[in-house]
Design a protein around this ligand. Structure first.
Ligand code: MN
Length: 191
């Protein structure tokens, strides 16, 4: 099992994130931000990851950001040397009116390219501008390329949820093992 747990305590926040990349989609997420919990649970469910997150802190921005720092680090650490993995993964996921694309390359290089606009300032109890930010933070700390686009959509809740589902599906494919793959999937020999 590829499992890792990260604990992070600063003057602003206290975060614990545990992920099992070979799980079954069981999530227990408590950040104090309900919509963010909903998004991370959806990510875990559709990625078939077991995810446990507990986060508390002073401001919504800090809690969301530091949760993704811990989760990114946990993903990177759980992957280890990345031997035998597919490395790339992508998904286009609809949710009613919304259609979101996520593409991942577990390249060891942090590069987020996130294209999303929300109509309203808040999605549930989460500030809309944080959604782009947390995806950037996740890719940077997970050391992977992440491209996200919302191809169409009206409803902010649907757009956000389609993104996190697509992220789960894309990442699940990227971390999955290919029987034909021997060693690290890079012509360099290391990622
Ligand atoms: Mn929902």
């Amino acid at each position: 099992m590829r499992v890792s747990k990260i604990k992070r305590k600063t003057k602003e926040t206290e975060v614990e994130a545990r992920i099992n990349l070979d799980g079954s989609g069981t999530a227990s997420v408590d950040t104090g931000i309900k919509f963010f919990d909903h998004m991370l649970s959806s990510f875990a469910k559709h990625g078939c990851f077991d995810l446990r997150v507990k986060a508390r802190g002073d401001f919504e921005h800090h809690v969301a950001e530091d949760t993704m720092i811990a989760l990114g680090e946990a993903i990177d650490r759980a992957l280890g040397a990345k031997a035998g993995i597919r490395r790339m993964g992508d998904a286009i996921v609809p949710m009613d009116d919304a259609l979101a694309l996520a593409a991942v390359d577990l390249s060891g290089r942090a590069y987020p390219e996130i294209e999303v606009k929300f109509a309203k300032r808040k999605v549930g109890d989460l500030s809309s501008d944080l959604i782009k930010h947390v995806l950037q933070v996740l890719a940077i700390n997970g050391k992977f390329n992440l491209h996200v686009q919302v191809l169409r959509g009206q409803n902010d809740h649907h757009k956000a949820e389609a993104i996190f589902k697509a992220l789960g599906v894309a990442l699940a494919e990227a971390v999955s093992k290919s029987a034909r793959r021997k060693g690290v999937p890079s012509t360099k020999g290391v990622i």
